[in-house]
Design a binder for this molecule. Structure first.
Ligand SMILES: [Zn+2]
Length: 321
C-alpha cells in the first residue's frame, strides 16, 4: 500500500509539493518559486521542498512511502530521466531526476509528464473515477494531454504518448514552438490566444481579457474566441474519433474560460466527429483547485507502487458493471 505520499508539480514559475493521503487529500502544501535559488537551480528548489515535507511528515509521525514528480515535458519514465523537450525549466533537460532525488531522500521516486499525472489523479480520485478509458486535455499557458486506455496510462513507445497539444488541426497552419505547423496549441493555448487576439484587436491583450471582451459583445474578440472553439472542436474530434474514450476531461485556465462557450465548442466538435463516437464519449470541463497538480504526483506513486492491484480492481469494476 502506498499510504502517505509526496506529490510534486514542477512548473516554469512555481514548484508546488504536498503530503497526500491515500484518498488523494492534500494534508500539507508547500511551494516556492522554481528559481528561488537562482537560474538553472530548479532541482535545488525541489530538494528544499521535499526536505521540508519530510520534516513535517516526521513531525506528524507518518511514514512517506514514495515521491511522485510531474514535469512540463516528455519523460522516459522507465529510467526516470527527463527528455530534451521540457518547457520553461531547460536545466532539467536530460536530468536523471529519479536517481538525483532518490539518493538524498532514501525513498522511491517516480517521474512523469505533468498532464499524465493529472490524468492519473482524476482517474483515481476525481472526475475520471471508475472509467476504463479517459483523456485529460490541459489548456493553460501550454497544452498537454494524458491518455488512459483500458486501465493503463498510455505513455507511448518513447514517452510522447498524450502530446495532444501538438496534433495538427490545420496542416498548413501557423508555425508552432515545437517546429510543426497548425498544431492545436498554436490556436488554443493561453499564450497563443493572447498573441492571435492581440493581432486581431490591434493592441496587446491577454487571453482572459479576450474572453471577457467577447462576453461583453466585442466583435473582434468574439471572432478570436470563435477561432478557439473551432480549433479545439477539431482537436477534440481527433480524440473522439481516434480513441473514442469513455471520458474527455478539459482542465486549465483556458478550459475554465470556455465554460460559458461550451455549446459553441460542442457544435464545433460535432463537425469533426462521428455522432456515435461523440454520443458515447462524456465531455466535461473541470474546475480543478491548486492542489490538483500536487495530487497528480501522489497518484503516480500509487499507480506505480500498487499498480497491479489497482488495475485488477478497475478491470473487475468495469467488466462487472
Ligand atoms: Zn506544436
Amino acid at each position: 500500500m502506498a499510504g502517505i505520499t509526496i506529490g510534486v508539480d514542477v512548473g516554469g514559475t512555481t514548484v508546488a509539493a504536498g503530503l497526500v493521503g491515500p484518498d488523494g487529500q492534500v494534508l500539507e502544501h508547500a511551494q516556492a518559486p522554481t528559481h528561488a535559488r537562482g537560474e538553472g537551480r530548479a532541482l535545488d528548489t525541489i530538494l528544499d521542498l521535499l526536505a521540508r515535507l519530510q520534516d513535517s511528515a516526521r513531525a506528524r509521525g507518518v511514514t512517506v512511502t514514495g515521491v511522485g514528480v510531474g514535469v512540463p515535458g516528455v519523460v522516459e519514465s522507465d529510467r526516470g530521466t527527463i527528455g530534451a523537450e521540457i518547457h520553461h525549466v531547460p536545466e532539467l533537460a536530460g536530468v536523471p531526476i529519479r536517481e538525483r532525488l532518490a539518493q538524498p531522500l532514501g525513498l522511491p521516486v517516480f517521474v512523469d509528464n505533468d498532464v499524465n499525472v493529472l490524468a492519473l489523479a482524476e482517474w483515481m480520485w476525481g472526475a475520471g473515477r471508475g472509467a476504463r478509458s479517459l483523456v485529460m486535455l490541459a489548456l493553460g499557458t501550454g497544452v498537454g494531454g494524458g491518455i488512459i486506455l483500458d486501465g493503463r496510462l498510455h505513455r507511448g513507445h518513447a514517452g510522447f504518448g498524450g502530446e495532444l497539444g501538438h496534433v495538427p488541426v490545420q496542416f498548413d497552419g501557423p508555425p508552432c514552438i515545437c517546429g510543426g505547423r497548425g498544431c492545436l496549441k498554436a490556436y488554443v493555448s493561453g499564450t497563443d490566444i493572447a498573441r492571435r487576439g492581440s493581432e486581431r484587436l490591434g493592441r496587446p491583450v491577454t487571453a482572459a481579457e479576450i474572453f471577457r471582451l467577447a462576453a461583453a459583445g466585442d466583435p473582434d474578440a468574439d471572432a478570436a474566441v470563435d477561432e478557439v472553439c473551432r480549433a479545439l472542436g477539431a482537436g477534440l474530434g481527433i480524440i473522439v474519433n481516434g480513441l473514442n474514450p469513455e471520458r474527455v476531461l478539459l482542465a486549465g485556465s483556458v478550459a475554465k474560460s470556455l465554460r460559458p462557450l461550451e455549446a459553441r465548442l460542442r457544435a464545433s466538435l460535432a463537425r469533426h466527429s462521428f455522432e456515435g463516437a461523440r454520443a458515447s464519449t462524456h465531455l466535461e470541463i473541470l474546475s480543478l483547485d491548486k492542489a490538483a497538480t500536487v495530487r497528480g504526483g501522489a497518484a503516480l506513486v500509487h499507480y506505480e507502487i500498487q499498480g497491479e492491484t489497482h488495475h485488477d480492481d478497475v478491470r473487475r469494476r468495469t467488466t462487472t458493471s
